[in-house]
Design a protein around this ligand. Sequence first.
Ligand code: C2E
Ligand code: MG
Ligand code: MG
Ligand code: MG
Length: 293
Amino acid sequence: AAKAAGRGRAVHYEGNMRHDMQQRVAGVRRIKAALAEDRVLPYYQPKIDLTTGALYGFEALLRWSDGDGEIQRPGVAASAFEDAELAAAISTRMIGKVLEDLSALLAAGRPVGHVAVNVSALEFQQTDFAARLLNDLRERGIAAELFQIEITETAFLGHGSDGVEDTLRTLSAAGIRIALDDFGTGYASLSHLKRFPIDTLKIDQSFIRDLAQEGEDASIVRAVITLGHNLGMRVVAEGIEDLRQAAYLQAQGCDIGQGYLFGMPMTAAKIGSDAFWQKFAIDTGRWPDIIAA
Ligand code: C2E
Ligand code: MG
Ligand code: MG
Ligand code: MG
């Protein structure tokens, strides 16, 4: 019976692997179609200054609509980021769209603050990445200080890390801020924080989930906030879904918060609307009180 069960599991496992493979192939095909048919559209999620309650800025997140109009998240096409050419194509399109949106929002007088884009390791391996980005910003008249890059710890791995260091130095020297995303979950060693020009730590949302229970996650979060501040960095918490989490982070001196509590990722049209800014004008300054209550 044990043998039969084992075989059953093996068949099930192979079935899952085939299913995963098909899903990956389908995901890549779908994002390629979205690129070809200009259906990539960034969504923007607000970030809040936890001290003042003001809007700090937004994180741009990759979204695209499938042919039927359904909006997809990056996870669907995760393996697309393992292909250098495709990763570069997505990145170029995504950054192009973000700069277009940013120009339009600024021209409309919307004080969007700092806008961050996620960039994966392979995208940095385009040697002209920094030069092109700085040129695009200049052409559009967008201050580099408004633009941020979020990288994950995987950017530091492998042969490309010298090139990554050069790229980051060029961007940083031009005023672009660099955030280390998903901090605490990957391979970053503390020496990376010294070697690379990182000015923001983003605590991974997995540490935020059970924060209010004062267990190990809370200890880790406090340690990361202290570490970041001692290194002169800003600390952001992502994945904040409720007021207890926000209150804990605020009490511990975390600088910036992001999560469904403050706002979902939304279209550029939405963050360009009067309704969005009216709501934020009301919430600004109230968040610290709401959180503390
Ligand atoms: P990330 O950069 O850590 O982004 C945060 C993720 O958490 C986003 O998922 C966001 O929708 C989600 N999120 C935000 N607030 C909450 C919350 O309160 N609770 C929970 N449970 N989740 C929340 P998304 O958009 O699916 O993106 C997943 C990852 O894909 C991102 O993680 C980022 O690493 C990557 N990604 C997104 N856009 C791009 C892009 O344009 N280029 C590249 N290379 N990677 C991207
Ligand atoms: Mg990010
Ligand atoms: Mg993250
Ligand atoms: Mg994450």
